[in-house]
Ligand binder design. Structure first.
Ligand code: NAG
Ligand code: NAG
Length: 300
């Protein structure tokens, strides 16, 4: 029998994951009530089937929540309520995996929504971008020992085209996959924030300072200069989303060092603000990125 998976929602990531699972031999449901035309189109192209909640609860083995981080808790609460109101269906048990970039304390609140229900909760995260024909991000997952069969169920999606790794060593529990996501994003997006901050600060001193900074990076830290050319421009349109993510990371760290990431949230707020207003900061950054690219071109 084929595994039946429901993915909420068919955004860029959700629909790409859906397509992989359809290609990997699963039946993939979603619910398109109130969704945009773009979501409907993405879902249809991915081979996902629009289902009412009642059928989703009756027939799914596994629910994957892939929503904007700020909606992760409200969706979990909504799903728990739907399950309670529709549970006269034959379905006795299912697994709910929250795959969103939320802090471990947020994921504990999400897990609490399912405590009294016959639903196994898995804390999961996705590291990397949406899957394509020749690329897969990695899903990491953790849960409490009582849900170890559900963890295996998620891991088994490796047989259906995803990459899933479970955190299983001593003490692994709900919160750990989210902590891993926070730690990884803190390094990768934090590094982008650090490079952005110092490029802008050096340029505020004078354009000569930022030019000298780029030349010195080329001499002594070429890997960081290459990172400037790759990481900064693609960040601009995502900056507004990263504000919330940096604040989640700050909460995850908890202690005073969390302030590092409150500062990162500020730099991304500034970039978002620049995009929405005079664009001065993003123009400066784009010029510095272009200068860095020129420096890295092989000499003729
Ligand atoms: C996972 O897959 C293995 C091997 O196909 C199977 O024996 C096992 O029952 C599956 N586990 C779950 C929880 O679905
Ligand atoms: C991004 O900028 C817009 C317009 O200035 C503002 O309304 C919004 O709150 C900003 N978002 C964040 C996360 O700072």
């Amino acid at each position: 029998s084929m595994t039946t998976i429901t993915i909420v929602a068919p955004g860029a990531m959700g629909s790409a994951v859906g397509r992989k699972l359809v290609e990997g031999g699963c039946i993939v449901f979603t619910n398109l009530e109130g969704r945009s035309a773009a979501s409907r189109k993405r879902a249809a192209e991915a081979g996902m089937v629009d289902m009412p909640w009642e059928k989703i609860i009756e027939r799914s083995d596994l629910i994957l929540s892939i929503v904007p981080p700020k909606d992760a808790l409200s969706f979990a609460l909504k799903f728990a309520d739907l399950f309670k109101s529709l549970r006269n269906t034959p379905r006795q048990h299912l697994t709910f995996a929250d795959c969103n970039a939320v802090s471990p304390s947020s994921v504990l609140d999400i897990a609490a929504a399912f405590e009294e229900l016959p639903i196994s909760f898995i804390d999961a995260c996705i590291i990397g971008g949406p899957p394509t024909i020749d690329y897969n991000p990695t899903f990491y997952a953790s849960t409490s020992p009582k849900h170890s069969a559900a963890l295996e169920q998620l891991e088994n999606l490796t047989n259906n085209g995803l990459i899933v790794k479970a955190l299983r060593s001593e003490g692994a529990d709900v919160g750990d996959a989210s902590a891993l996501k926070m730690s990884y994003a803190g390094i990768s997006k934090g590094l982008t924030g650090l490079l952005t901050t110092m490029l802008l600060a050096s340029h505020a001193s004078s354009p000569a300072t930022s030019q000298a900074l780029l030349s010195e990076l080329k001499l002594s830290q070429p890997e960081l200069l290459r990172r400037i050319t790759r990481a900064i421009s693609p960040m601009f349109p995502k900056a507004y989303r990263w504000v919330g993510e940096m604040n989640e990371i700050a909460d995850f760290i908890g202690k005073e060092e969390g302030d590092i990431y409150r500062g990162m949230a500020k730099i991304y707020e500034r970039i978002n603000g620049s995009l929405e207003s005079d664009k001065a900061d993003v123009t400066t950054l784009q010029e510095l990125v272009d200068a860095a690219k020129t420096m890295l071109e092989p000499k003729k």
